[in-house]
Design a protein around this ligand. Structure first.
Ligand code: FAD
Length: 474
């Protein structure tokens, strides 16, 4: 029999469930990646770092597949078009018996896959899908009464209890010396699909499995310090692996196995973060309505402010709150933002500026290299207090105290807000408190060189409490 492996967010040729299954079941294996116009045409810019990252990762995938020494010698077909039609047409053209793919839990992806499965079936071709990007999916982790968890900590406990060695066993894909198949088709260039790589080349972000492996190797040396360093954006404390997890250029089983083998507080804390990722994927699968609506339905009635000027200042990193601005500028320049800052800027947008979390979520979706619907939606609803959070809605971050705690010497701020480079540590978190004389002495005029705060935190806090009180109990 013959099969077609359809790659999507799993761009690697090792420990890959669908590829493993196809190689085990079929005498001849073809592979495909589609630059899907349904997704690409909706992107706001033709200079998207993510498309560059994916393209380079697909080139690397092609090389890895060519190096597979299995007798099936899989060949990668790369196409540009609407994914559903393209895959169905390719499967028919190649005359395969089945299409193999790894499951994706986003509502649009599930609808696409259901349509593809139906169209294939009507042509007598099977569609097989597999769990690959998570350890536990869908309803594998449920409460004692069979309902999905709405809070992370008990979910995590159940996840840890359910974990057995089999869950993290790699999906073997046999690989040896390179051998070029004679009929290997050429890949389209990035320009041919209508994009350029944006500023990807300027970032320390190597794509493909080699990039993922290098980043993981670097983090392996630092994992023990993760717990104590991870909250400080100026330090190299986190793994930066999110983009590789997003596109499957690392394997979740490999990461979990490593964390388990190291043990200790650093590795345990990092494993928790990997479990957060699965938690939000589980939430999205059970509650696809969260894409548009609040996880806690009573908060759908919240009356947000339009505040277009505030939103524009937030996007541009010009709110006058240095840590917020540093985070937004990091995002705009690099497509990455440290987790602590994602929480701070999301809280600032929703609770200081009173702007609907959905607007911030969409801005992040356009900018983040690691953009993932489940994690982004979960993170935004958490920050806005409309989502899965054990904390009550009246927990409101203070952007100045967050700055004092997590960037005490302003090292991160100075990196992204050079206007404040000369401001001493004492004033870097709230530079508007400098007197005009002090400002003149430092050569920075607040309100001219760097914005004065666009909102008063104490007043904004009161407005937010009132906004939430108005809908509570409805
Ligand atoms: P590490 O600290 O090294 O963590 C390891 C991995 O665990 C991450 O790569 C990620 O896959 C996962 N992870 C960590 N924290 C979370 C979390 N809170 N929720 C889900 N998964 C997590 N993460 C995304 O991958 N894509 C997003 O679009 C995204 N949007 C977010 C939006 C907001 C408002 C917030 C508060 C968080 C968001 N996160 C998102 C979660 C988190 O900020 C990033 O995963 C993390 O900063 C990535 O850096 P890292 O790989 O160095 O993380």
């Amino acid at each position: 029999s013959s099969g077609l492996v359809w790659f999507r967010r799993d761009l690697r040729a090792f420990d890959q469930a669908a590829l493993h299954q196809a190689l085990a079941q079929c005498a001849r294996v073809h592979c495909a990646f589609v630059f899907d116009t349904d997704i690409l045409d909706a992107l706001p810019s033709r200079s998207d770092r993510r498309v560059g990252f994916i393209h380079a990762s697909v080139v690397a995938l092609d090389a890895s597949l060519r190096a597979l020494a299995d007798r099936q010698r899989p060949v990668l077909h790369v196409r540009h078009g609407r994914a559903p039609e393209t895959i169905v047409a390719l499967a028919a053209e190649l005359g395969v018996d089945a299409v193999f793919a790894n499951r994706d839990y986003e509502p649009a992806a599930m609808a696409r896959d259901a349509a593809v499965a139906g169209a294939l079936e009507s042509r007598g071709i099977a569609f097989h899908d597999f769990k690959d990007q998570v350890i536990f999916e869908r309803d594998e982790i449920l409460t004692g009464s069979g309902t999905p968890y709405a809070v992370f900590t008990p979910y995590k406990r159940a996840w840890r209890q359910a974990l057995e060695p089999g869950h993290t066993a790699p999906f073997d894909v046999h690989a040896e010396d390179a051998q070029l198949p004679a009929d290997a088709p050429a890949l389209p260039t990035l320009a041919e699909i209508g994009f350029d790589a944006g500023n990807l080349g300027e970032l320390k972000l190597a794509p493909g499995v080699q990039g993922g492996e290098a980043m993981f190797a670097d983090f392996r040396e630092r994992i023990e310090a993760y717990k104590v360093r991870r909250d400080y954006p100026a330090l190299k404390g986190v793994s930066y692996l999110s983009v590789h997890l997003r596109f499957g250029t690392v394997s979740i089983r490999q990461l979990v196995n490593f964390a388990l083998s190291v043990g200790g507080q650093g590795a345990e804390t990092w494993l928790s973060e990997l479990i957060w990722r699965e938690f939000y994927q589980m939430v999205l699968w059970h509650r696809p309505d969260v894409v548009e609506r609040c996880f806690k339905p009573e908060f759908d009635a919240l009356q947000w402010d339009d505040n277009d000027a505030g939103f524009a200042a937030w996007c541009a990193g010009r709110t006058g709150y240095p840590l917020v601005d540093a985070g937004m500028r990091q995002l705009n320049q690099s497509g990455y933002m440290h987790n602590r800052l994602r929480m701070v800027v999301a809280s600032f947008l929703t609770k200081d500026l009173g702007v609907d979390w959905r607007r911030g979520e969409r801005y992040f979706a356009a900018q983040l290299n690691d953009y993932d619907l489940a994690a982004n939606n979960g993170g935004w609803q958490w920050a806005a207090s409309t989502g899965c959070d054990g904390q009550p809605w009246f927990r409101i971050f203070n952007p100045v105290t967050q700055s004092e705690r997590f960037d005490p010497q302003g090292r991160f701020i100075r990196r992204y807000v050079p206007e404040l480079a000369r401001v001493p540590d004492k004033h870097i978190h709230a530079p508007w408190k400098l007197t005009p004389v002090e400002q003149a002495g430092l050569g920075v005029r607040i309100g001219t060189d760097y914005p004065a705060p666009i909102v008063d935190h104490a007043l904004a806090r009161e407005r937010t409490l009132a906004r939430f009180r108005a809908v509570r109990g409805q």
